[in-house]
Design a protein around this ligand. Structure first.
Ligand SMILES: Cc1cc2nc3c(=O)[nH]c(=O)nc-3n(C[C@H](O)[C@H](O)[C@H](O)COP(=O)(O)OP(=O)(O)OC[C@H]3O[C@@H](n4cnc5c(N)ncnc54)[C@H](O)[C@@H]3O)c2cc1C
Length: 356
C-alpha cells in the first residue's frame, strides 16, 4: 500500500509512526528544509483539557508504544483575570520543546519513524487530486486549511493572530502562567512558559482581531506586566484554523490542524494532532471509520468553543467571579486533578445557556 503524507509536523509524523507499525513505509512531503519549526518554541498540554481519561502520554505509550518525552511536567499553573489570581499545584500537564532542537517533539517523532521524506517540497492544493490518484491514501497534515478549503470541506474559518516573545527574567521551569480578561487581554489568551531559569516564552493569541490590534494588546501587556525591557525577540504567526464538514473525502484524510482539530480558545492542538495522525493510519490500513474515531475530539472542541464564547461575552468582573469560583480549593482540585470533570464539561454546561 502506498500512502502519501503532506506535512511532516506533529500529526504527519505521528501518522507515519502508526503506518510503520501497520507495515507501511509512507512518503512524506515537507515544505521546510528541516523537520520542526525554524525557531525553538514551547507547547503545553494541560490535563484539565484532556481528551483522554488517561494521561495522553501514557495513552500513546500503552496503546501504540509511542514514546514522547516532555521537556518537563507542569507543576504549578497561575491564572490571572482582572485583579484576581488563582494558583493550582499538582501534576497538571506537560511542557514540550518544539522546533529544530534535538529534543523537540517533532525530532522525537522523526527518530521513531521510517519513511521516504522529501524535504523542501511544497505541495500546492491543485496537486492533491493528482496525488490522490497516484497513492492509495493521502493524509493532509499541513497544519493549515488551504487544502480542505480547496476541496470544499472547510465549514468555518478561524484566523488567530499569535505573537510569541522570548523574554529574560527569573523563572522556575514547570511553572506556567496564563492571563485572561485582564485590563489588556480582553478576548485574548496569554500564557508564559519558562524555558530555563532565566528565559521564558510569552505568547498572546486572539482571533477576530487585526494585526494592528494584536500589536496594541501586546504593547499594553508589556507595559502592564513591566516586561518591556526584557524582550529578546518576537515572532508573529497568523494561524489559520477552522472546522471541517468531514474528516475524510475518498482516500484523502485530514489530520491535526488541517482536520480542524486545534481548539480555537487557547490554540492547543498537539495531543489531537498526534491522536488524529494515529487514527488516520488505522483507518487507512485497518479500515476503521476515521470520522467516528475523531468524533469525541470534535465534541470536546465544540465544548471548548462554548467556553470561548462565554469568555468573549461576559464582562471582566463576571469572569473575575468565575475565576474565583474555579479557584475555590474543592472545585479547583476537581477540575485540575480529577479525571471526571474537565473544562470542556464546563463548556458543555455553559453552551446550553450561551445558545439560548
Ligand atoms: C505560536 C504557537 C504556539 C502554540 N502553542 C501550543 C501549545 O502550547 N499547546 C498545543 O497543544 N498546541 C499549541 N499550538 C498548536 C500546535 O502547534 C498545533 O495544533 C500542532 O502543531 C498541529 O500539528 P499539525 O501536524 O496539524 O501541524 P504542524 O505541526 O504545523 O505541521 C504542519 C507541517 O506541514 C508542513 N506543510 C505545510 N503546508 C505544506 C505543504 N503544502 N506541503 C508540504 N508541507 C507543508 C509545515 O511546514 C509543517 O511542518 C501552537 C501553535 C502556534 C502557532
Amino acid at each position: 500500500m502506498e500512502v502519501a503524507i503532506i506535512g511532516a509536523g506533529v500529526s504527519g509524523l505521528s501518522c507515519a509512526f502508526r503506518l510503520n507499525q501497520l507495515g507501511i513505509k509512507p512518503t512524506l512531503f515537507e515544505r521546510r528544509p528541516i523537520i520542526g519549526d525554524v525557531i525553538n518554541l514551547y507547547g503545553i498540554h494541560l490535563n484539565c483539557f484532556n481528551l483522554f481519561s488517561d494521561n495522553p502520554l501514557t495513552f500513546f505509550r500503552k496503546n501504540y508504544n509511542l514514546i514522547i518525552k516532555p521537556m518537563c511536567p507542569i507543576k504549578k499553573l497561575t491564572m490571572y483575570s482582572a485583579n484576581k489570581k488563582v494558583s493550582v499545584k499538582g501534576k497538571l500537564g506537560y511542557v514540550f520543546n518544539r522546533g529544530p532542537g534535538m529534543t523537540s517533539l517533532e525530532r522525537q517523532l522523526l527518530n521513531q519513524i521510517d519513511a521516504y521524506i522529501y524535504m523542501d517540497t511544497y505541495i500546492m492544493e491543485s496537486l492533491i487530486d493528482e496525488i490522490s490518484k497516484q497513492f492509495d491514501a493521502v493524509v493532509i497534515a499541513t497544519g493549515c486549511t488551504n487544502i480542505p478549503k480547496h476541496l470544499g470541506v472547510l465549514k468555518e474559518v478561524s484566523i488567530m493572530q499569535v505573537r510569541s516573545g522570548l523574554i529574560d527574567g527569573h523563572y522556575e521551569t514547570g511553572q506556567v502562567f496564563s492571563w485572561m480578561k485582564t485590563e489588556y487581554s480582553n478576548n485574548s489568551f496569554i500564557y508564559l512558559i519558562p524555558a530555563s531559569e532565566n528565559r521564558a516564552v510569552i505568547t498572546l493569541i486572539a482571533d477576530n482581531i487585526t494585526p494592528a490590534e494584536l500589536d496594541y494588546m501586546w504593547k499594553q501587556m508589556l507595559i502592564s506586566d513591566n516586561i518591556i525591557n526584557n524582550i529578546i525577540e518576537t515572532w508573529d504567526h497568523e494561524y489559520h484554523g477552522g472546522r471541517l464538514n468531514i474528516g475524510q473525502v475518498g482516500n484523502i484524510y485530514f489530520v491535526g490542524n488541517a482536520g480542524g482539530l486545534t481548539d480555537d480558545f487557547m490554540g492547543f492542538g498537539i495531543v489531537n494532532g498526534i491522536a488524529s495522525g494515529i487514527f488516520a493510519a488505522d483507518a487507512i490500513v485497518k479500515g476503521t471509520n476515521y470520522q467516528n474515531s475523531i468524533e469525541t475530539m470534535l465534541k470536546r472542541l465544540d465544548q471548548i468553543h462554548n467556553l470561548k464564547l462565554l469568555a468573549n461575552r461576559v464582562e471582566k468582573n463576571t469572569w473575575k467571579y468565575m475565576t474565583r469560583i474555579i479557584g475555590l480549593p474543592g472545585i479547583r482540585n476537581i477540575i485540575y486533578k480529577a479525571s471526571f470533570l474537565k473544562f470542556h464539561h464546563i463548556g458543555d454546561f455553559m453552551g446550553k445557556f450561551i445558545k439560548q
